[in-house]
Design a protein around this ligand. Sequence first.
Ligand code: T68
Length: 844
Amino acid sequence: SGKEKWPRGEEKVWKEAMRDLDTDVSSITKSFVNHVQTSLARQPYNLDNLGAYQAAALSVRDNLLVNWNETSLQYTRKAPKRAYYLSLEFLMGRTLDNALLNLGLKDKYADGVEQLGFSMEDILDQERDAALGNGGLGRLAACYLDSSASQELPVWGYGLRYKYGIFQQLISPEGNQLEAPDPWLDNQNPWELPRLDVAYQVRFYGHADRLNDGTPRAVWAGGQEVLAVAYDVMIPGCYTKTTNNLRLWESKPKRGFDLNSFNAGNYEGAVESSNSAAAITSVLYPNDHTTFGKELRLKQQYFWTAASLADIIRRFKNIGKPITEFPDYVAIQLNDTHPTLAIPELMRILIDEEDQPWATAWQIVTNTFFYTNHTVLPEALEKWPVPLLEHLLPRHMQIIYDINLLFLQSVERKFPGDRDRLGRMSLIEEGFPKQVRMAFLASIGSRKVNGVAELHSDLVKTTILKDFVEFEGISKFGNVTNGITPRRWLDQCNPELSALISRTLKVDKAVWLKELTRLEQLLPFAEDAAFRAEWAAIKQRNKERLAHHVQVTLGLTINTNAMFDVQIKRLHEYKRQTLNILGVIHRYLTLKNMSAAEKKKVNPRVVFFAGKAAPAYYIAKLPSPPNHRQTIRLIVNVARVINADPDTKDLLSLYFLPDYSVSLAEVLIPASDISQHISTAGTEASGTSNMKFCLNGGLLLGTVDGANIEIAEEVGESNVFFFGHLTPAVEDLRYQHTYHPVPIEEKCPALAHVLNQVSAGLFGDADVYEPLLNTIRQGDHYLLSDDFDSYIAALAMVDEAYLDRTEWVKKSIRTTAKMGKFSSDRAIMEYAESYWNIEPLSVV
Ligand code: T68
């Protein structure tokens, strides 16, 4: 703006005192020791690993802060169009290693801490994961932040600062999942900056009165007001100064406590309002593909969207442009329907506070928002009861009704007399109670709608949003296939492979990590025996690293001369962990029947599972509780039996690793020979761990679903193991199950035999598993009985292929080489160019 009165005193004094980036080992050790003495108030002689982690983190944070401030300043000065990623989940994992790598300072820090008597590895291991997410949706948001900063895009994230992230999973001796809270903030979090100066008031309840003065305005008053306070998390780009911001809101009572109640002797009453305000951001809902109409969840959604929008609007207003230009400066991406209330909230602000006519307001709204859908499973589509919305957000409910009325009038004009269509497309689903269909509201309130892989985006267009495509035209509906950041999911988790790639491509990783299609240049090296040997040796060392981790954390010894077969993801019926464990039992029974000579030809296999299931208290309240919890129990008990069976244990063993997390994934993924992505066709929107395994040279065993299809298109079908029915067959098969059921003994004898062995108590607790087994014997919604034979055949093909180790390593190299498309840099640039219309801005 030119008229800043900076600096306040003498420029020379300021300039000389300003902090530079640490670039040499001696300034690193100096800053480390300074933080030990001052920030931590500790003596160097009794510093433990945790203290060393904290000192290292604070010192790295200082470096990030310099870049973060500079980035903010540039954005403010140049006022480019910005994008905001609204996500209720950000599954960030650990920060220190990632920050060091992005700054290019890891080696120097390692050197520095070693001189002070610490090991970098031990220090990194002290950090707790920031686990503010359930699974793929939250991790995708984290990858997109990394890519935005790395591609120098002006993108900020907005989310909630949950006091407790996803629960910690414990497995009882019987194999039951137990949940414990995740107090991730207990040791303090050096990566967040509390911004007590950035706070907004958010209203709930009260009453909304229309003015009826010829404008659409209303006044919303009364009810409860709480405060949203900002906490900022720095998001460094890779080898760039650009350091973006993730702003997380914490809820606080507007007033600490009510002095009147206190004076009247009611201490509990005095602090009550403070408790209910703090509750809003206390815990992440462990929702995964189910909706659960809890008032507190709705409060979270509104609290977060209202605070974020207020912040975005305030920033926009600082530019001094008229409000009608809002969409020229702001794009807001809705990560699933969770932030859909932002649509009526922006309408409310424009109409009630900015005094805009309805049509202008709707024009602004529908040019600002973009909606990403992450699932077509009907039970996962959000709906909120009208009475609840009316009570909690009376003004928003009025606006939703008004949006709906005008929308249905326009549908009626295009399809006169088509009452069925109006009923299907209404934002309000009839019933007791009536419900608001959030995916419909998100669609009509957005500029563009996208799915997360080609197949999924087609399904969105032909199933759940079919009527909307017919009404609004196909061009509004698109696809952005998901991606993953190669920084965390290759360079950080697999440093040896990263180094081999840099040596082989003869280019610094700073280059290929940001232009991942360069990996293609590895292709010719698949024919180079020396290269293959190095490639295989790295995989072997990664397997040993995993085995070491399991030895230290669980006290179990793993056979590292076996094929490592991995399925790690949230437990869900559609992901079919049950198919995998039944396949393991089938293998076990087959091995038991083999002669010694036959067994000699079998390649040993170690099967790993990890993943969390929705907690029991939560599941019990659903109309038909799914039984993934029984699947965990079955896995654990099968492991107990087969790992102890002297006939087979050298050839087959099985582990369920508790408390799956981003950090555990970073150890498991590089160690995998084969990973399983075996959802019923048409159910897994994309999947992103499939990409992580393949990027690390693990082969894929999967169904023709989600991004598996596009991975196969890239790496070649000869390098993946596909099985199972295709999406178009699924509907018919389900119809058959319902109307012409065939007994499982007839349809799939191999599967029937496995189920009978479980029922007979081969793994104990016979009756415990009956509900789980019966979902397969009857109904079988996820088609295990239809896919089992081809699944077993695919597993046999994997065995066969693994026997030719040379060919296997070639497949592994070719797979990594062709994974360039799946960089989240490519995905975020698609959003930036085709959706948000924003451009990179270099911070110099
Ligand atoms: C996942 N969705 C998709 N949802 O299942 C996965 N749900 O195929 C895709 O790769 C990924 O999104 C990224 O696009 C989820 O992870 C949830 O976690 C979730 C959370 C709350 C409510 C419903």
